[in-house]
Design a protein. Structure first.
Length: 369
């Protein structure tokens, strides 16, 4: 007999995950105020300038998280193709009309507000790949499926990567993780890895400043642009085991440029020491674990893919940010989720957490025969 689809019932959202998200959001505001007060006072004569903007964005993001968690995630999957096309249009608009800040053209001005389309692109890619994999049904084990899925990402990767290499890397990483999660066979990933390494090598060689970053990474003390890396390492080293205490960082006083942004992990290490850094990493690890549990427990492919994609996005961004700050990899300008300053980032990140909570609430009944 044919399978009859049972209606979806709901149960309580993952309370552990929600608690971890709220802890990270609150901690992010605390450490952001500490890291940004000097820059805010010098530039805007208001030590709470960055904090107030981030507080507003966090409140907006929490509202978005609640709203998204209340709407069945299948609704967002159905909108995925439109969201993907919109992300490409917005990324094109950035190239044509974007605002340039610190040498990077990544923002669109919307009246008094600025918007970073690359953050929307991450969410739209998770949903679009979920939609695409779901439509493939069980045909997810062939090399052609893997190539076709990755090819659909190339337009957005090219648009975003032209001025934001770090986000392009994250989008490619999300694609690889979702294909890996959907595929029952893993041999073809060796070929995908080789192709990925070749693509990155060509992309790095295409612009001289990217090769310069490799040189700075190897010997930061020999280059003027290595100043940020060296000062960040000084901050990490001076924190010791327990740190100088919240608000007592020396390196944030103009030594670490834009301390509230990409390098904020170094300020955490300086003020809270190795202990605080490890606790923060453990909280991120617990959140990734809960996302993994949600993905594995979901009885429906689309829900499992959404949770896996969000987990992949968060894991890649956390790992790359900490690796950059500790000079384990070349500087790529990646923010630390929930912690670094950025209104667009926190709004869409909390929106993603709402999607994951939504998936955790859906109790999908298995079909009957």
């Amino acid at each position: 007999m044919s399978q009859d689809k049972q209606p979806h019932s709901t149960h309580q959202a993952d309370s552990i995950m929600l608690t971890l998200v709220l802890i990270l959001a609150a901690f992010g505001l605390l450490i952001l105020f500490s890291a940004s007060e000097y820059n805010g006072r010098v530039r805007f004569h208001d030590s709470a300038y960055y904090f107030k903007k981030q507080l507003f964005a966090t409140a907006l993001g929490l509202g978005a998280m609640y709203l998204v968690s209340s709407i069945d995630y299948h609704f967002f999957v159905r909108l995925a193709p439109a969201a993907y096309l919109l992300s490409m249009l917005l990324s094109t608009a950035v190239l044509l009309f974007g605002q340039e800040i610190n040498g990077s053209k990544r923002w669109l001005n919307l009246g008094p507000l600025s918007f970073q389309p690359s953050e929307f692109a991450k969410v739209s890619v998770v949903l679009f790949l979920t939609w695409q994999i779901e439509r493939s049904h069980k045909r997810t084990d062939g090399f052609w499926f893997m190539c076709r899925t990755m090819l659909t990402l190339l337009p957005i990767v090219g648009l975003v990567g032209s001025n934001n290499l770090s986000t392009a890397i994250i989008i490619l990483g999300i694609g690889v993780i979702l294909i890996f999660a959907a595929s029952p066979h893993y041999i073809q990933f060796a070929a995908l890895g080789g192709a990925g390494i070749g693509f990155i090598a060509i992309f790095l060689a295409a612009e001289s400043y990217r090769l310069e970053r490799l040189a700075i990474w190897r010997e930061p003390e020999k280059y003027e642009k290595g100043f940020q890396t060296i000062q960040g390492l000084y901050a990490i080293g001076s924190g010791g085991l327990f740190g100088r205490g919240i608000g007592n960082s020396i390196q944030k006083l103009g030594f670490v440029p834009e301390a509230q942004n990409d390098m904020i992990f170094s300020i955490i290490c300086e003020e809270m020491g190795l202990t605080g850094a490890i606790i923060l990493i453990l909280i991120f690890a617990l959140l990734l674990w809960r996302l993994c549990v949600i993905s594995m427990n979901c009885q429906e492919l689309s829900g499992a893919m959404i949770a896996a994609g969000i987990m992949g996005h968060l894991a890649i961004q956390v790992i790359l940010n900490i690796a950059v700050v500790t000079n384990t990899i070349p500087n790529t300008g990646i923010t630390l989720p929930f912690i670094s300053y950025g209104g667009t980032s926190i709004v869409f990140l909390l929106g993603e957490m709402g999607l994951a909570l939504n998936v955790s609430r859906q109790k999908n009944n298995p079909p009957t025969r």
